[in-house]
Design a protein. Structure first.
Length: 218
């Protein structure tokens, strides 16, 4: 049985949402808002929105794309915004730049549509994160599996999705620990490749447990 050099510490997180003083009535406003809003707001409407809409396997989990579709009735632009995969980003600034490029290009090409008033305004929000250790740790793959099985949605999102920006790597807390501390690089890669857009959080966790069970020979 392999024992890790350092244990995996399971953590959960809760969020206090704050509505900012920026709002968009049309696509031109959204363009300006993306330029002026805080990094925390970009994070809230992309990375964190994926956690809030974890039960959706169809539709848009990106708040910007959802508003563009539902309030502006611009499905093509919504699809372009939704196509930005947060797994490709390790810095909020890079994601902001690409969001700006997509919206900016549409506004330049369709100026009249970009000034049409939306059915409802978009309010830029951000969330204050409070992380709390769960008091669970794992030294072996067996212990890690037991801990993973008990995790709620908030903790899974913290370790599997939000961690990508915290680590500044295109990976997650789980895969990083498995590769660096247990030497299970193949398992780490399999877990990191789980699609967070076509799976719910429960579905992603179930796939992760299946990969671990195969590694354990169960």
């Amino acid at each position: 049985m392999r024992v890790a050099e350092r244990p995996f510490q399971f953590v959960t997180a809760s969020y206090l949402t704050r509505i900012g003083n920026q709002r968009s009535q049309n696509l031109m406003d959204l363009r300006r808002g993306l330029e002026e809003c805080s990094d925390a707001s970009i994070f809230y409407h992309t990375f964190q929105s994926l956690g809030r809409h974890h039960f959706l396997t169809e539709g848009f989990s990106n708040d910007f794309a959802q508003w563009v579709l539902a309030a502006c009735n611009r499905p093509r632009l919504a699809e372009e915004l939704a196509s930005l995969d947060i797994r490709d980003y390790i810095a909020v600034g890079d994601l902001r730049r690409d969001l700006q490029q997509v919206v900016g290009a549409y506004c330049d090409t369709h100026p009249e549509e970009a000034r049409q008033t939306a059915f409802e305004a978009f309010f830029f929000c951000e969330a204050i994160e409070v992380s709390v250790p769960l008091g669970m740790e794992a030294w072996t793959l067996e212990e890690f599996r037991r801990g993973l099985e008990q995790l709620g949605h908030a903790s899974f999102h913290f370790h599997f999705i939000s961690s990508r920006l915290r680590l500044q790597l295109r990976t997650n807390d789980f895969s990083l620990w498995l590769a660096d501390n247990l030497g299970l690089e193949l398992l780490a890669k399999q877990i990191n490749r789980i699609d967070i857009y076509t799976n719910t959080i429960e579905g992603a966790k179930a796939k992760m447990l299946a990969f671990i069970d195969k590694e354990l020979g169960q």
